[in-house]
Design a protein around this ligand. Structure first.
Ligand code: HEM
Length: 210
């Protein structure tokens, strides 16, 4: 590879990593919010009301959306550019989890923005859970959310894998991925009403024609 092309690739990867760290602050808060929701719908909504004071401030939310678009765009560029050069299971795991995250993020953030602006809904727990109570949409939302959370953990796990000593790094990646599977399973169970009763107002169900 030409030195200039290599420098460009390293710069793109470095900026992708930097933006991931900034977006990561929001994601951590977002996942802790879902963790709080494991004890009940009200707990999820109370936590979100407080967290929104931070991330819904225009000075935070607008750059956050910009960084997410950059994250998706730069990730897809690396995915396509390295398609024929990729070797080994971890490089493919990183590419596939990143590809799904790009699909998930565009849909997820698009749905939240449309829910708020076009449908005038409060995009809280009830918005996230409504699809589980509007058959047959549960068959879409269960794998959709499950894979979104698992992909996030696997993708972060792959990044950790490349940045630690060789010894033990496969165990570390497996551990982070399994944690993602456990977390994703509990979130899907909570949203679907398997952990506690969930109350979805008619306005949310109406968006599915129910
Ligand atoms: C079970 C899994 C998930 C559920 C149920 C969920 C649900 C939600 C809900 C309800 C909102 C709206 C928040 C608000 O109105 O204040 C939201 C926003 C968002 N979520 Fe998720 N989420 C999940 C996983 C993820 C994952 C894995 C990511 C990232 C990889 C993610 C990224 C985002 C982003 C970027 C926003 C937009 C924040 C904003 O600008 O307001 N979510 N999510």
């Amino acid at each position: 590879m030409q030195p200039r092309a290599l420098a460009g690739q390293l710069r793109l990867r470095g900026l992708h990593r930097l933006s991931a760290m900034l977006v990561g602050v929001f994601l951590l808060l977002h996942l802790v919010n879902h963790l709080a929701g494991l004890s009940g719908q009200e707990a999820h909504m109370t936590f979100m009301a407080k967290a929104r004071a931070f991330y819904r401030h225009p000075a935070i939310e607008i750059p956050l959306i910009g960084l997410l678009l950059w994250q998706v765009g730069s990730g897809l560029r690396m995915l396509v550019r390295g398609w024929t050069k990729r070797r080994g299971a971890v490089t493919w795991l990183q590419a596939i989890s990143g590809g799904y995250l790009a699909f998930f993020l565009l849909n997820h953030v698009g749905a939240v923005i449309a829910g708020r602006t076009l449908l005038g809904l409060d995009t809280d727990f009830r918005f996230a859970a409504a699809g589980f109570f509007a058959p047959p949409w549960q068959w879409f939302f269960a794998p959709y959310y499950f894979l979104g959370v698992v992909s996030l953990f696997v993708h972060v796990g792959c990044a950790v894998y490349w940045n630690v000593a060789r010894r033990g790094r496969a165990v570390l990646l497996s551990g982070i991925s399994l944690l993602g599977v456990a977390f994703a399973t509990s979130l899907v169970l909570a949203l679907s009403g398997a952990l506690y009763p969930v109350d979805i107002p008619a306005a949310y169900l109406a968006t599915y024609g129910q």
